[in-house]
Each structure stands twice: as C-alpha cells, then as structure tokens.
Design a protein. Sequence first.
Length: 92
Amino acid sequence: MPKYYPFKICGYYLYFTSHCTLECMHAHASDEELTEAGSAKFFVKSDGSSIVAKRGKLNDREITAIQKFIQMNYESMYATWRTLSANGYYQE
C-alpha cells in the first residue's frame, strides 16, 4: 500500500491502494488502517486543487488543511502515483 509520505498530515496518512490505480490520481486519508473503508478520498487536479469525493471521518478543518497540503505538494505526489499508474490527474 503506497503512502505518498511516511508521515501524517493533520494526523492522517495520505495513500492509495493497488485498486486505486485504475482511476485518476487521488489520495485517501486515514489515521488507522490503510484501507478504503472509512477513509476520506481526494481527487487531485493538474493545478493541485482537489475535490473531496468522500469525507470519511475528517472534519472541515482537517479537510481544508489536507487540501492545502495537497496543493503545495501535488507534483511530488503525482511522481509517486505515476510509478504504479498510467492514469493522470482528475478530469484530464
């Protein structure tokens, strides 16, 4: 299960699963088990903005902070994504 970073952002790991690589680029956020169940899901656009597809148990403050982090780091996240997926950014 690839993590974008080995550390947590706002108490959550950002990661994707092998099943995720069939979709466009996105990140799951979870503080416990790294599974899709119960996690938040952010689709990432080519400008670094993101769409919340699933909130999981994150509150508004955590979602905003994670979206800001994604905006600042989306290029390095995309480099990790591309090692396992031929699919690009959301809505490309």
